[in-house]
Design a protein. Structure first.
Length: 256
């Protein structure tokens, strides 16, 4: 008898634990490297990353600490912070600015040998499953700029805000920039209406470079729920239930 091939389904990548599983572990580090290269399109592609402690302690008892989703640095010592926000957050812009500045502040070291010239570039990428402005756009790139001259004042501080509801593509063929292809896949995984094989077939049908296709295949395989350990599956189901309960409360509040 021919063995029936079991369908494979992807986890919801916008759950905190799931995003870290897909991009924030040593095993999934290639996914994060590919993610950052698609987002930033650097002249010299990122080839390696080192994960950093995601907790930033307060400078005193009277100050706030913060816990980042994923932070890392590359071989040039540039720092990267990736945040995922699934529900409307109050003062989200100010919050992201604060997180970015805290990450830059962590570069300072005690002693006379350290100097401000040692400050490296900081990049914060925030994926938001909501919009925060009256005229939203999918991507906003923010830097320190000279208003009069309309030119970049410094490239040390970089913030990318992604408002995912603004992604209107209904297929991979309708995506434009390379990073949009990845965002589309993440949104489709969140919907949970297509199997991993179906999403892989969509990727295969595009004219994307083979290297980019391989990245997307790897991301999809990492998200395969059936490969999780029993402990991780229980964690995923618990997080998914909490997420669905939260979304239901938000929807009820909006209707009321």
């Amino acid at each position: 008898m021919e063995k029936v091939k079991r369908e494979r389904w992807a986890m919801n990548p916008f759950l905190d634990w799931c995003f870290k599983h897909m991009f924030g572990t040593e095993e999934s580090k290639p996914n994060l490297i590919g993610f950052l290269n698609l987002m930033l399109m650097p002249q010299s592609p990122i080839v390696d990353l080192e994960f950093m402690n995601n907790e930033s302690l307060p400078v005193s008892r009277d100050h706030k600490g913060c816990v980042f989703d994923i932070i890392c640095k590359d071989t040039n010592d540039d720092r990267f912070l990736i945040e995922v926000q699934t529900s409307q957050a109050v003062n989200i812009v100010e919050r992201i600015i604060y997180y970015t500045c805290r990450l830059m502040d962590r570069m300072g070291k005690r002693g006379s040998e350290w100097d401000y010239k040692d400050i490296k570039r900081v990049y914060t990428i925030c994926l938001m499953d909501f919009t925060f402005e009256s005229n939203p756009k999918l991507r906003r790139d923010v830097q320190l700029c000279d208003i009069d001259e309309q030119e970049v004042f410094s490239d040390k501080l970089n913030i990318i805000l992604l408002q995912l509801p603004c992604l209107k593509a209904e297929s991979l063929g309708e995506c434009n920039a390379n990073y949009e292809f990845l965002l589309y896949l993440l949104k489709e995984m969140q919907k949970g209406m297509k199997t991993i094989e179906q999403l892989k077939q969509e990727v295969a049908a595009t004219k994307l470079p083979q290297e980019t296709k391989e990245l997307f295949y790897k991301v999809l395989d990492t998200a395969d729920i059936s490969t999780l350990s029993e402990k991780d599956q229980l964690r995923y189901e618990s997080d998914l239930k909490n997420y669905m309960d939260t979304m239901s409360c938000i929807e009820f509040a909006e209707i009321k």
